[in-house]
Write a protein that binds this ligand. Structure first.
Ligand code: GDP
Length: 206
């Protein structure tokens, strides 16, 4: 029998590193940083939990938009999962919107991003804030993936049209994949993990 290959990353070995609120909080070592962004309530915490195979690791948000900080998780001491603050919460103040913008500005200016993961709702046309977030990723020049979450909430017949609308609205370059995903059911998990693993250095593969 063939020997079972060891996985590139042990997803169970995950630790919360810190909440970053300013530039000096960002880790600057050579480890890859996979960055997750999405509108409040799109299911970002649920997607992260699903990918890590955890029930409640990234907090499922009780108060959307209340936290403007970047959460760093260290996975198997080989890569960072970077959880950007949710955006687009209707009741957020102007001052908080500005803090969000300033934090994005300082994160993207440092050029720490390895791969961007933008989560949108597969049911709806992306919002203006989604378009703004897409602009940040596009301008970074780094690989970027869109997760179209809540797949379980649409009919199969709606899938193609909704994916096309997401692609058009976010002005996605051809090479940016859109992955239909359900944090509830697990669709898209393997495809997304394969993309994440592809960004961990070959020297780390045992
Ligand atoms: P966040 O604010 O983006 O972190 O969103 P949460 O992870 O807190 O999820 C917001 C709500 O959407 C919660 O009630 C989740 O249970 C629900 N949710 C998240 N992902 C999915 C999904 O794929 N399918 C369904 N049906 N519900 C989801």
């Amino acid at each position: 029998m063939m020997e079972k290959q060891k996985p590139v990353l042990n997803l169970h070995n995950v630790e919360f590193l810190r909440s970053a609120v300013k530039e000096s909080d960002f880790p600057r070592d050579a480890l890859p940083q996979i960055v997750f962004a999405g509108k409040s309530n799109v299911g970002k915490s649920s997607v992260i939990n699903k990918l890590l195979g955890r029930k409640n690791f990234a907090r499922v948000s009780a108060q959307p938009g209340k936290t403007i900080h970047i959460n760093y998780f260290l996975i198997d001491r080989k890569m960072y999962l970077v959880d950007l603050p949710g955006y687009g919460y209707a009741r957020v103040s102007k001052a908080e919107q500005q803090r969000w913008g300033a934090l994005m500005e300082s994160y993207f200016a440092m050029d720490l991003l390895t791969m961007g993961v933008q989560i949108v709702d597969i049911r709806h046309k992306p919002t203006r804030d989604d378009v703004t977030m897409a602009d940040w990723f596009r301008a970074s020049g780094k690989p970027w993936v869109v997760i179209a979450n809540k797949l379980d909430k649409i009919k199969k017949s709606q899938l193609e049209a909704n994916l096309a609308e997401i692609r058009q609205t976010l002005l996605l370059p051809e090479e940016v994949p859109v992955i239909p995903f359900s944090a509830e059911k697990g669709n898209g998990r393997d495809e997304m993990l394969a993309l994440m693993f592809a960004h961990v250095g070959k020297e780390d593969i045992e």
